[in-house]
Ligand binder design. Sequence first.
Ligand SMILES: [Zn+2]
Ligand SMILES: [Zn+2]
Length: 374
Amino acid sequence: MSESRAFCPRCGDAVPERSASDANDPLRPGAEVELCDSCYFEDFDFVDAPDRIDVRVCSRCGAVYRGNRWVDVGAEDYTDIAIEEVSEALAVHVDVEDVAWQIDPEQVDQNTIRMHCFFTGVVRGTPVEEQVTVPVKIARQTCTRCGRIAGDYYASIVQIRAEDRTPTTEETERAKEIANQIVEDMEATGDRNAFVTEVGETDDGLNIKVSTNKIGKKISNKMLEEFGGTVNDAETLVTEDEDGNEVYRVTFAVRLPPYTPGDVIELADDDGGPVLVRSARGNLKGVRVTTGERYEASYEEGNSPDARRLGDLEDAVEATVVTVEDDNAVQILDPETFRAKTVSRPDYFDPEAETVPVLKSRAGLHVLPDESDD
Ligand SMILES: [Zn+2]
Ligand SMILES: [Zn+2]
């Protein structure tokens, strides 16, 4: 091993030979000039801290303004936010090993938290420590989203309507659920711009105002998927944004089908007997209450064949079975007159049953499927 010596480039004192691995350490680019310990510590700055930190916090939702946008930080209170911001802002010297630190927040006034930070570590085999105090100033503001919510902002309206009837409670309740679920799912992916502005009942249905067109489209598509029907969208120019782009508000008019599952309808120009509707998605489908045979509307008729509504499953009452006449007929007691009456026997009729649900309507007396224990 050759005798080689190195010298501090600043004061000329002899320094120990450096190892090759140290000289090539990419984390220490300045290390090719090795100062002696006393020169090194003269310049050494353990912690780099700003004089103060200003934080813009939304007083409504707790979002913090970072870079050029509002972000949800999930902080419990302003102290949490201050700690997080200080952690982001402080830097420790790259040479220090075994760095440990603690923060002691001191609430100075409502909007100022003084952060006392204490650091320890080891550099060049020497323990180092430093204490810095950084005041964090909280500016309470209103984020873009909260401002919009407060201002009843909306970009889209979904109108829930139904053809020749008003939507059922089940349909309007489901529409609200769908709207909230879609917004929740979008929020969960970090989308801050998703919200329901207002849900309002109208004489003929429900209006849901939402923050983006995308949400409006999702709600209406989901309603069609579950209930059938149609949707039309119409754009209205409302304003221009700050960049001069035209801003449109889109109205999605959802038209639910005229008949819903459970309805009993009488088709025009048809002598096959009333139909109990099973589905109104796509073409209307159901069963004949006279025979139990399946019925499906033609493509042209879709979900709105020419028909009139006689009642629904809920209107059915229990009637006593008197006798089964044959494969096609059964005698039951009319629930109003209590006279025995011969009616069609659908194939879902249970010959063992003592009573069966029946619907008495303009079209006569019909046995409905027993779905009481479904
Ligand atoms: Zn030196
Ligand atoms: Zn907010």
